[in-house]
Design a protein around this ligand. Structure first.
Ligand SMILES: NC(=O)c1ccc[n+]([C@@H]2O[C@H](COP(=O)([O-])OP(=O)(O)OC[C@H]3O[C@@H](n4cnc5c(N)ncnc54)[C@H](O)[C@@H]3O)[C@@H](O)[C@H]2O)c1
Length: 379
């Protein structure tokens, strides 16, 4: 029997954040009660559009409202850590867009507070609910890829013209989209695969006027990290400025029996390479095969299944992958609500979100130190 209980949600930050409003409004276990952004005119425009009565320009006022159970944070990156900390202290469940935070201290504090308050914390990582990831995970769990031999993630985006906190941001500070699938695919219920150490190199150089903002000179950062308790190594590549590449958010799984590659150019389907063997004889030209991936809408309550399809007023990245980052948004909302209701653990939970984010933070530290190995703090 599905639970009739409802979580009363406030969304903070209404750029990307506004894409989640209709999903909560159509979820049987959510009440979309309030929205928050600092600009009153823009706040009212958004709240009017979606028919939301409670409007806040001040984040602290959201936290002081006893009729709000959960906040979904979609504010600029530097605010994620401090806002998640304040929200947990105020006794709210927290969903927060990526990355979890930009400092090791804030990350440790969030993990500690989640544990002491018992509230749900979930980093809303889109890639691990994107249809391409769900497809690869299914293939692996069913044994069709065989043993995983290597994993590779990549996230390339041209951030010229984006708001003030972006110019010069160290590429690896926003690495969760390429790190997370590499770790999530090896995770099982209650047994997350975690990165233990990372080595990263910086390559190239961005414009001088961008370097000063964060003291980070690299056009590209490429990292390899070891996954604890396995013999698997993963490699991730990030670019943000002064690199020519269409948007790419992808990962490849290299398996002993078959490999999955999501090295997409917009509109291309992913590819499966199947090993030539006595069981599956293949001529060289028959090894790669493009595949259509399903949308996994059947995993969701009826009312929000439509959101795995095309989002019509998307202003951000969804044009690249369709349906809000591979159709991930309704899956994220559903998983978060079920976790807040105590029906299942958050995924990623606070320690896992910490590990995924810390790979990037430690990777940038490694690149700045010329490629030394950096141990990833464990919780
Ligand atoms: N695939 C993904 O997971 C994905 C995609 C896009 C954006 N994001 C993340 O979402 C976040 C927002 O991205 P965006 O492009 O909408 O950014 P944006 O700068 O356009 O919007 C940020 C919003 O937050 C509001 N805001 C800022 N400070 C606030 C405060 N103190 N209190 C309340 N509201 C505040 C702003 O008014 C604005 O509405 C970023 O952190 C970004 O990393 C994630």
């Amino acid at each position: 029997m599905p639970s009739p209980a409802k979580i009363r949600v406030a969304i903070v930050g209404l750029g990307f954040g506004s894409e989640f409003i209709p999903i909560y409004q159509n979820h049987p276990n959510a009440e979309m009660v309030a929205v928050c952004r600092r600009n009153k005119t823009e706040l009212d425009a958004c709240a009017d559009k979606f028919g939301i009565a409670k409007r806040y320009t001040d984040f602290d006022a959201v936290l002081a409202d006893p009729d709000i159970d959960a906040v979904h944070i979609n504010s600029p990156i530097p605010d994620h850590g401090p806002q998640a900390i304040a929200a947990l202290k105020a006794g709210k469940h927290v969903a927060c867009t990526v990355p979890m935070a930009t400092s090791k201290e804030d990350i440790a504090e969030i993990v500690k507070l989640q544990k002491s308050t018992g509230k749900t914390y979930m980093m809303m990582e889109t890639v691990v609910y994107a249809r391409e990831y769900l497809f690869a995970k299914d293939l692996y769990d069913r044994g069709e890829l065989g043993r995983i031999q290597f994993l590779r993630g990549s996230h390339q985006q041209d951030m010229d013209g984006w708001p003030n906190y972006w110019p010069g941001l160290p590429p690896m500070w926003y690495a969760t989209h390429c790190v997370s699938p590499c770790l999530a695919i090896l995770s099982a219920a209650g047994k997350p695969a975690l990165a233990e150490s990372v080595v990263c190199h910086g390559s190239g150089r961005i414009r001088e006027e961008l370097i000063g903002n964060y003291g980070s000179p690299f056009a590209l950062e490429t990292a390899t990290f070891k996954i604890a308790g396995t013999d698997v190594c993963a490699e991730v590549t990030r670019t943000l400025f002064d690199v020519a590449r269409q948007y790419r958010e992808s990962f490849d799984v290299t398996g002993a029996k078959a490999s999955f590659e999501w090295q997409q150019v917009e509109g291309d389907d992913p590819v499966i390479h199947t090993k030539n063997s006595a069981e599956t004889p293949r001529l060289e030209g028959q090894i790669p095969k493009r595949v259509k991936v399903p949308d996994y809408a059947d995993r969701l309550p009826e009312g929000i299944r439509k959101f795995t399809g095309v989002i019509h007023d998307a202003t951000h990245l969804s044009f690249v992958q369709g349906g809000g980052h591979g159709g991930s948004h309704p899956h994220l909302v559903h998983h978060f609500l079920m976790a807040a209701l105590g029906e299942q653990p958050a995924f990623p939970d606070a320690p896992t979100s910490a590990n995924w984010t810390l790979v990037g933070i430690c990777a940038h530290e490694s690149a700045m130190a010329g490629g030394t190995r950096v141990a990833i703090p464990q919780f």
